[in-house]
Ligand binder design. Structure first.
Ligand code: GPQ
Length: 836
């Protein structure tokens, strides 16, 4: 089984490898070797792309030794592992992160400079790995970083999309989607040619009896698609742990196209099977907080769940343990309901293939899974039509019906007097067609269900899962407030601030224990520190201003107040409230005397974010923002007092430039709609303040940093339902200031007024579901407070520093420790060095 080198043959192992590059020359040697041999390029012909490749490969060499060692340690340690199943991993770039984790970025920068390159330019050669939509996918990426940095034995499982989230171009103020082909050169993945899983679809069910009279079920016929493993190393910060992210790509089971058909002249149909198979992992669905029930999406979900579970079960079987030990060895976390099919799939493996009794199997299944819910928005809760599932996954549908039957019997026994409860909690919705409610299946098949911020975790217990709290008791439900990795979102994105903090705290320990930031409060009155802190903020704004100059061809004043809202475009996130506020400001400025204008703090309103291609209203909002920008930015009379910028193609690597550059960022969702939010944490950690509603993690941020350091406004979640009801059944008046804004839009100030009529009518006539009008006055007033506060530089500086000092709680490390303790029951495991 094992390969044994002959005596005297040196074996390269992680612990024998010195720090990757002790000198810049060491690094250069390795990078040049890769450029000349791996890439077969002459140094005379070495451009930035080749320099990036050489650098990445040089660091990768080092990474894979730790990776091998970690995997070997995990295999032999034989302790419980975590599997994080997520359809999205929004990783961004890998090189910078890899260099910083081994503390070798400076050495490499010097080496690159010797070769005639600037580190920044080389880093920006890398294509973002954009296998996600927004917060949910980026959370998965932060979790992988924390799992590795904290030495948890953990794997991620996902899909290897050939196309990640589309690239956004803005053409004449409109969003245009361009495909994101990111795999032309990707040094961070390794295809495992030996790891393939056959995944079955369609077919029929056969019930039969063996010679001993035992009943069996088999799933036969249909179509087979091959899942091919691609592994991505996930290094931890300052630790030898390097975990694995396994992404599945789809291939035709036969591997090749049909030669028979090809030879008989049917070229087109001969490649059709192959193409159909490869379509499964071709593209990421670009919807955020929305489900559309498409067959291909269901295929993606099953393909990935089946391949991952096959892999996990195979690994478990190698331990030769009894099946009842499975939940002691394996914890599987479901990132939203997307991987819920893993539940009936594991039940199918145990019952149909391994021959366990139903109840024994179910006891194992329901101890293995944990389910994280990320939204209460009804349009985002997954439901699959029963006929579709019957067609694609006939055996799974049977199993789901059996799970439901047993569950409903249990409910009936325990709540005999409640007539309506069965219909309400049934996994099957009795609609036309019938639908499988995936959130209920995920909940019933898991031992813990968690929300992602306190308010959200409370809300799921009183709204969508209310009945289930009664059925299972409150202990099944828990909260794990989201977090972010301070490595990427402070150290990498804002190296100067990280350095400054380290100089005050006596080292970079805070990057592993973010609560150490609290010591910064001791320096809040330190004049020199305050000055440096402000200088860093200013420099980060200059960097963003440069980006804006290059991409938007608008000159913005870095001394102005930078007001930023970047996130997916969505009505519930209320970018429309923001842009209406900007228009209001513009109209006010136009009315002001020269004297009054002098008193005003200049502002740059910055937006960024993608709209789902089919989300017409979100696209309208993008269009309005760009139209307003066109008018305002060209109004000489307004000058520097107001600029409006839409940043094209917001993604992870752009967020790394944007988050450190805010004075204010906007997190202004209608109360009760944003489960948590995570960019709110990124902005505050980088010394920006927040204007926000009492929603998601804003509430906990306020508790931590103090309400004097955040600008809260708007109605509370508890009042939203009544307000909506009142809008529908009573006459309501539009807020007068908002009305003036609408008049200016309707008079054509920002171009063709017809373009925006549906947006305005939704508020004026159709109930204003997101309460834009209700919150407008308090939003505008709060922005005025911000103007005043910003002009008082000393007051503002104190708020920034105090807030940063109090952000320790929001590290994804804290979050992962909570999952490990309360949900997974797993312990860290540090890779052994060789010879031990
Ligand atoms: N989230 Cl359901 C997404 O990014 N996409 C989704 O489809 C759903 C949720 C977000 C959610 O809106 C944010 O409030 C959270 O901070 C984030 O998930 C991570 O939990």
């Amino acid at each position: 089984e094992h390969c044994r080198p002959a005596a005297g043959v040196p074996v390269l192992t992680a612990s024998q490898t010195p720090k990757p590059f002790s000198t810049p020359e060491d690094f250069e040697k390795e990078a040049v070797r890769h450029i000349e041999t791996t890439l077969a390029r002459s140094l005379y012909n070495c451009d930035e792309g080749a320099a990036y490749a050489g650098t990445a490969l040089a660091f990768r060499d080092r990474l894979v030794l730790d990776w091998n060692k970690t995997q070997q340690t995990q295999t032999f340690a034989d302790q419980k592992r975590v599997y994080y199943l997520s359809l999205e991993f929004l990783m961004g770039r890998a090189l910078d992160n890899a260099m910083l984790n081994v503390e070798q970025k400076d050495v490499a920068a010097k080496g690159l400079s010797d070769l005639g390159f600037r580190m920044e330019d080389i880093i920006s050669q890398e294509h973002d790995a954009a296998l996600g939509n927004g917060g949910l996918g980026r959370l998965a990426a932060c979790f992988l970083d924390s799992l590795a940095s904290l030495n948890y034995p953990a794997w991620g499982y996902g899909l290897r999309y050939r196309y990640g989230i589309f690239k956004q171009e803005i053409v004449d103020g409109y969003q245009v989607e361009v495909p994101d082909y990111w795999l032309d050169f990707n040094p961070w993945e390794f295809q495992r040619h030996d790891i393939n899983v056959d995944v079955q679809f369609y077919g029929s069910i056969n019930h039969w009896q063996d010679d001993e009279g035992k009943q069996h079920v088999s799933w036969e016929g249909g179509e087979i698609v091959k899942a091919v493993a691609f592994d991505v190393p996930i290094p931890g910060y300052k630790t030898p742990t390097c975990n694995n992210l396994r992404l599945w790509g789809s291939k035709a089971a036969s591997g090749e196209f049909d030669f028979q058909k090809f030879n008989s002249g049917e070229y087109e149909s001969s490649v059709a099977d192959q193409q159909r198979a490869e379509t499964i992992s071709a593209v990421l669905y670009p919807n955020d907080n929305l489900e559309r029930g498409k067959e291909l999406r269901l295929k993606q979900q099953y393909f990935w769940c089946a391949a991952s579970l096959y892999d996990i079960v195979r690994r478990f079987k190698k331990t030769k343990r009894a099946w009842k030990d499975f939940p002691n060895q394996v914890a599987i976390q479901l990132n939203d309901t997307h991987p819920t099919l893993a539940i009936p799939e594991l039940q199918r493996i145990l019952v149909d293939i391994e021959g366990l009794e139903w109840d024994d199997a179910w006891s194992i299944v329901s101890k293995t899974f944990g389910y994280t819910n990320h939204t209460v928005l009804p349009e985002a809760l997954e439901k699959w039509s029963v006929p579709l599932m019957q067609h694609l996954l006939p055996r799974h549908l049977q199993i789901i019906y059996e799970i439901n039957f047993q569950f409903l019997q249990f409910v009936e026994r325990n709540f005999p007097k409640e007539r309506d409860i069965l219909g309400r909690v049934s996994i099957i919705e009795e609609s036309q067609p019938k639908m499988v409610r995936m959130a209920y299946l995920a909940l019933i098949g898991s031992h813990k269900v968690n929300g992602v911020a306190e308010l959200h975790s409370d809300l799921i217990k009183t709204t969508i899962f209310k009945d289930f709290v009664k059925i299972f008791g409150p202990d099944k439900f828990t909260n794990v407030t989201n977090g972010i990795t301070p490595r990427r979102w402070l150290h990498q994105a804002n190296p100067r601030l990280s350095e400054l903090i380290a100089s005050k705290l006596g080292g970079f320990g805070f990057l592993k224990d973010l609560t150490l930031l609290s010591k910064l409060e001791e320096f809040v009155d330190d004049k020199e520190f305050r000055k440096e802190f402000r200088e860093i903020k200013y420099a980060n704004k200059v960097r963003l201003a440069k980006h804006i100059q290059e991409h938007n061809e608008v000159t913005v004043n870095p001394a102005a107040l930078f007001d930023i809202q970047v996130k997916r475009m969505h009505e519930y996130k209320r970018q429309q409230l923001n842009i209406f506020g900007v228009i209001h400001r513009y109209l006010e400025i136009k009315k002001m005397s020269a004297e009054d204008r002098k008193k005003l703090a200049p502002r740059v309103s910055i937006f960024g974010g993608k709209a789902a291609p089919g989300y017409w209203m979100a696209k309208t909002i993008i269009h309005l923002i760009n139209q307003v920008g066109k008018v305002v930015n060209n109004d000489k009379d307004v000058g520097d007092l107001l600029k409006v910028i839409f940043l094209e193609d917001y993604n992870v690597s752009k967020a790394e430039i944007i988050c450190p550059a805010s004075d204010i960022s906007e997190h202004i969702s209608t109360a009760g709609t944003e489960a948590s939010g995570t960019s709110n944490m990124k902005f505050v950690l980088n010394g920006g303040l927040i204007i926000g509603t009492c929603d998601g993690a804003n509430i906990e941020i306020t508790r931590e940093i103090g309400e004097q350091n955040i600008f809260l406004f708007g109605n509370l979640a508890e009042d939203v339902e009544d307000l909506r009801h009142a809008h529908l059944y009573e006459k309501y008046e539009l807020d007068p200031q908002l009305s003036a804004v609408f008049d200016s839009i309707s008079s054509g100030t920002f171009g063709d007024k017809e373009s925006f009529s549906a947006l305005l009518n939704g508020i004026i006539e159709h109930g204003d579901y997101y309460l834009v009008s209700d919150d407008f006055a308090s939003y505008v007033d709060t922005q005025t407070l911000i103007d005043e506060s910003f002009k008082n530089t000393e007051e503002w500086t104190t708020k920034m520093i105090t807030s940063v000092a109090r952000m320790g709680f929001f590290s994804s490390d804290r979050c992962i420790d909570e999952y490990a303790e309360a949900i997974w029951n797993v312990e860290p495991l540090v890779p052994k060095s060789d010879g031990e």
